[in-house]
Design a protein around this ligand. Structure first.
Ligand code: BG6
Length: 486
């Protein structure tokens, strides 16, 4: 692993796109502010537009004012950051333009290079080819790929093959921004640094696990992309399956990147195969209809700008899954995610089995809240205070509030991920086999939905999703954590 003090040349392809401007440049700013960018590191923007270095810097400056919180924006830090910036106009489909990039990079041939592909996946091949042709891929080079990696197993194999022709797997950093979230990283510590949890993390002690990622937003003007993808491809294949892997993985043999990723992928290898006979009961898809979110009326999915009014694309998915190994035998994993729901929240809830009946059938719950209000809560029982009864139980929370603990802001996922790429640590990035096993399972469900001509179930915007998703739980005598409180 490279030291954080080693200088890198970081090249952003698609430097004027939404991701670069909203997330990546602000993340670099925060790294600069935190003193985490090595003194000599350079940041090189590449896009199609004709810009001089100064115009590019001025543009980024403006975007920083928009996307960095006002009280965090320090002009001296901005100046220091912008000094590192330069720009190349390159049309990826023709090789001219790469020459001037090569001249700049070759000033420091031994320096670490990070090529960040913040472009459509269809461009990954041509950019990789050109970099190779100009001999810009050194042993010290890494490439960062943004999701979505493909649209199916076959198309993801194509993307991975084309990049894999030019970069070795050890040089490829596939981003899933959920892996950069503070609490997601904390999952490993929580599970494996605390014997109190590591010894009971199995089917003897756990009855079921929920992984719930609910969003208030709709498709935010991304009709073209979203309608082609849907919530299964957009959220489940990547973010929810990553959370599933981290929650259910066995103890890795070490903290080395590949040992962690071996343990993670073993979960997907043991995932119970897609069940076409019970698909309607186990796998729910929904589409939002007009409703009210935060007191405001919002249109239904089919009434969004640019909508194809016949679309069957799902904006909600709930799944009941099983992992067929000894550790998780008979423990259902309930996953759900949807747009235009009642509130935004990402959480994993571990429900522990009641162990004996002295005080009834209470269960303890461990709630790992990823956003908002990042923290970990263990619900436990104790005696109700006072003289009225000797046996009255009350439920309390033991709470670890991540923000209070650090007394600081929580770093955005992209800050952590960019830092880890610069350090050459792949643990928080997705290996090719993880992407492919996830597609293998999701492809079957997508094909089932497509060929069985079933309609997604409607749900009102501002609700908790389709009734069938609630029933998925109530059939087991359970309910989604928190739904009844809000
Ligand atoms: C993105 C999806 O990957 O994740 C979006 O494309 C989704 O549709 C977003 O809204 C959610 O991310 P977060 O970090 O806000 O939970």
């Amino acid at each position: 692993m490279q030291s954080v003090n080693s200088s890198n040349d970081i090249v952003f392809f698609g430097a004027l796109g939404d991701l670069s401007q909203r997330k990546l440049i602000p993340a670099l700013y925060q790294l600069e502010r935190a003193g985490q960018l090595a003194t000599e590191s350079r940041i090189i923007g590449v896009a199609r537009k004709s810009y001089s270095d100064d115009e590019f810097k001025a543009h980024c400056h403006e975007q920083l004012r928009e996307f960095v919180a006002q009280d965090e924006l320090i002009e001296d830090v901005v100046t220091k950051l912008l000094k590192r910036f330069s720009y190349h106009r390159i049309d990826f489909s023709v090789s001219d333009g790469f020459g001037s990039l090569a001249d700049q990079l070759n000033q420091f041939p031994d320096r670490g290079r990070v090529y960040y592909f913040a472009t459509a996946a269809s461009q990954y091949g041509v950019i990789s080819e050109q970099l190779d042709e100009f001999k810009l891929i050194t042993d010290n080079s890494r490439v960062v790929l943004e999701k979505p990696i493909g649209h199916s197993l076959t198309s993801s194999e194509e993307v991975n093959d084309v990049v894999g022709k030019h970069f070795k797997e050890q040089q490829i950093y596939r981003i899933d921004h959920y892996l950069g979230k503070e609490t997601v990283q904390n999952l490993l510590m929580l599970r494996f640094a605390n014997p109190v949890f590591s010894t009971i993390w199995n089917n003897q002690h756990i009855s079921h696990i929920e992984i719930s990622v609910t969003e208030k937003v709709g498709i935010e003007g991304r009709w073209g992309y979203f309608d082609d993808a849907g919530q299964l491809r957009d959220m489940v294949q990547n973010h929810l399956f990553q959370l599933l892997m981290l929650t259910a993985m066995p103890t890795p043999i070490s903290l080395r990147s590949d040992d962690i990723r071996d343990a993670k992928v073993s979960v997907l290898k043991s995932l119970r195969p897609f069940d076409p006979y019970n698909a309607d009961k186990l796998y729910i898809r929904g589409q939002y209809q007009a409703g009210t979110v935060d007191g405001k009326s919002v249109p239904g999915y089919l009434e969004e700008d640019g909508a194809n009014t016949d679309s069957l694309t799902e904006s909600f998915v709930a799944l009941k899954l099983h992992i067929d190994n000894e550790q998780w035998k008979d423990v259902p994993f309930f996953l759900r995610t949807g747009k235009r729901l009642k509130s935004k929240s990402t959480r994993i809830v571990v429900h522990f089995k009641p162990q004996h009946a002295l005080f009834g059938e209470q269960e303890n719950q461990l709630v790992i809240q990823l956003q908002p209000d990042e923290g970990i809560t263990l619900q436990i029982y104790s005696k109700e205070n006072g003289l009225t009864s000797t046996q009255q139980l009350r439920r309390d929370n033991l709470q670890l509030n991540i923000l209070d603990q650090n007394n600081d802001r929580i770093a955005d996922a992209y800050e952590r991920l960019l830092l880890e790429v610069c350090r050459g640590n792949q643990a928080l990035f997705v290996r090719r086999d993880e992407v492919e096993f996830a597609w293998r399972w999701c492809d079957q469900l997508l094909a089932f939905w497509q060929y069985n001509d079933t309609q997604p179930e409607g749900y009102a915007a501002g609700s908790w999703g389709p009734d069938s998703a609630t029933n998925l739980m109530t059939r087991h005598g359970k309910h989604w954590y928190g739904d009844n409180d809000a």
